[in-house]
Design a binder for this molecule. Structure first.
Ligand SMILES: C[S@@+](CC[C@H](N)C(=O)[O-])C[C@H]1O[C@@H](n2cnc3c(N)ncnc32)[C@H](O)[C@@H]1O
Length: 306
C-alpha cells in the first residue's frame, strides 16, 4: 500500500493500476494529483520513458506532489489547472492523445485537515473552501450574498439535504446580525436549523456535513467541471487509451455512468467496468475515505468522433 507522508492515502490503488493498465513509455494524465499517491503508482508503471502530466487546481497540493514525485524515473510535468482545461493544456504541448486519464474527485485529506482552507466544520477557520485560491469567491461570499431561495436550492441540489429550506432561512436570519465568516459559525447555524446537536445519535453524520459539501461543490463548480472533462476526454485519448474516474458522490457517479454509456452507444468507448468498482473490506477498514469511492473505467475505441 502506497501511503505518502502527507496523510492522504490513495483509494483503490491496486484497482486503478490494474484497470487503467499503464504501460512503459505511456503518456498519462493524473487530473487530480493531490498528494501524488496514485501518480506515483502510475509513474512507476510507465517507467523512465513515460511522461506523467499531473494537474491540480490547488497550488499547495501541487507542491506536495512535487516533493512526492521528485524521485520518479520518468518525466513529470506539473500543471496548476482545472481539469476542465485538459484539452487546452494538451494542445499547448502539441499532444494529440494520451494513453491514460485518471481523475480522483473531491477534496484530499490535506485540504480537509487544514482549518485555514475552510472545508471542514470540525475545526474553526475562515469560510473559504476554494481548491484554487485564484478563484474570486469563496464559501463566505455565497453564504452572505445569495438569496434565501437560491441558497436553499443550491444546498438541496448538491446534497439532497431535506432541511435545505430551514437551513437557508436560518443562514439569512443569522447574517442580518453580522457577516458569517467562519466554519464554526456556519456549523452552529446549521445545527440550530436542524435542531440536532453536533454528533447527535439521531444521525451518523454531523448535521452540517451536507451543507458544507454542497457549498464546496458550488464554490469549486465541481459538477460542471466534471461534465467538461467527460466531454473532452474521448478527444484527448489515443485509440485504446483508458479513462478512470473515482467519485464519492452519487451525482458524480451518475454523470460518469451516463457519459460512459452514451460514449459506448456512440461507439467511442468500450466499458472496462460494467458496474462501479468499490473497495474491498480490508481497504474500507484501513481507509474510511474508500468506503464511498466508486471507480469506473472506459477504453477509447478507434471510432472517430462525430
Ligand atoms: C481526492 S484528492 C486526489 C488525491 C490523489 N489521487 C492522491 O493519490 O493523492 C482530489 C484532488 O483533486 C483536486 N481537484 C478537485 N477538482 C479538481 C478539478 N476540477 N481540477 C483540478 N483539480 C481538482 C483537489 O484540489 C484535490 O487535490
Amino acid at each position: 500500500m502506497i501511503e505518502p507522508p502527507t496523510g492522504h492515502t490513495p483509494v483503490l490503488p491496486h484497482e486503478v493500476v490494474k484497470l487503467l493498465a499503464p504501460q512503459p513509455g505511456d503518456v498519462v494524465v493524473d487530473a487530480t494529483v493531490g498528494a501524488g499517491g496514485h501518480a506515483a503508482l502510475l509513474a512507476q508503471a510507465i517507467g523512465p520513458t513515460g511522461v506523467l502530466h499531473a494537474l491540480d487546481a490547488d497550488g499547495a497540493a501541487l507542491e506536495l506532489a512535487r516533493t512526492r514525485l521528485e524521485d520518479v524515473a520518468g518525466s513529470v510535468v506539473l500543471h496548476q489547472a482545472n481539469f476542465r482545461d485538459l484539452r487546452a493544456i494538451l494542445d499547448e504541448r502539441d499532444i494529440s492523445g494520451v494513453d491514460v486519464i485518471l481523475a480522483d474527485l473531491g477534496v484530499s485529506s490535506m485540504q480537509l485537515g487544514d482549518p485555514q482552507r475552510g472545508f471542514s466544520f470540525s475545526s474553526d477557520g475562515p469560510l473559504d473552501m476554494r481548491m484554487d485560491s485564484r478563484l474570486e469567491a469563496g464559501a463566505a461570499e455565497l453564504v452572505n450574498r445569495m438569496g434565501e431561495g437560491d441558497l436553499a436550492d443550491l444546498i438541496y441540489e448538491y446534497s439532497q439535504e431535506r432541511l435545505s429550506r430551514r437551513i437557508a432561512k436560518r443562514i439569512c436570519a443569522a447574517r442580518r446580525e453580522g457577516r458569517i465568516t467562519t466554519t464554526s459559525r456556519l456549523a452552529e447555524i446549521v445545527c440550530r436549523a436542524t435542531g440536532a446537536p453536533p454528533h447527535s445519535r439521531r444521525s451518523k453524520i454531523h448535521p452540517a456535513t451536507r451543507t458544507f459539501q454542497a457549498l464546496r461543490m458550488a464554490v469549486n463548480d465541481e459538477l460542471p467541471a466534471l461534465k467538461e472533462l467527460l466531454e473532452q476526454a474521448p478527444g484527448c485519448l489515443k485509440t485504446g487509451g483508458r479513462i478512470g474516474i473515482i467519485s464519492f458522490h452519487s451525482l458524480e457517479d451518475r454523470m460518469v455512468k451516463w457519459d460512459f454509456r452514451r460514449c459506448k452507444d456512440e461507439g467511442t468507448y468500450d466499458l472496462v467496468t460494467r458496474r462501479p468498482v468499490v473497495a474491498e473490506a480490508e481497504e474500507r477498514r484501513e481507509n474510511p475515505r474508500s468506503r464511498s469511492a466508486k471507480l469506473r473505467v472506459a477504453r477509447r475505441t478507434g471510432h472517430a468522433l462525430g
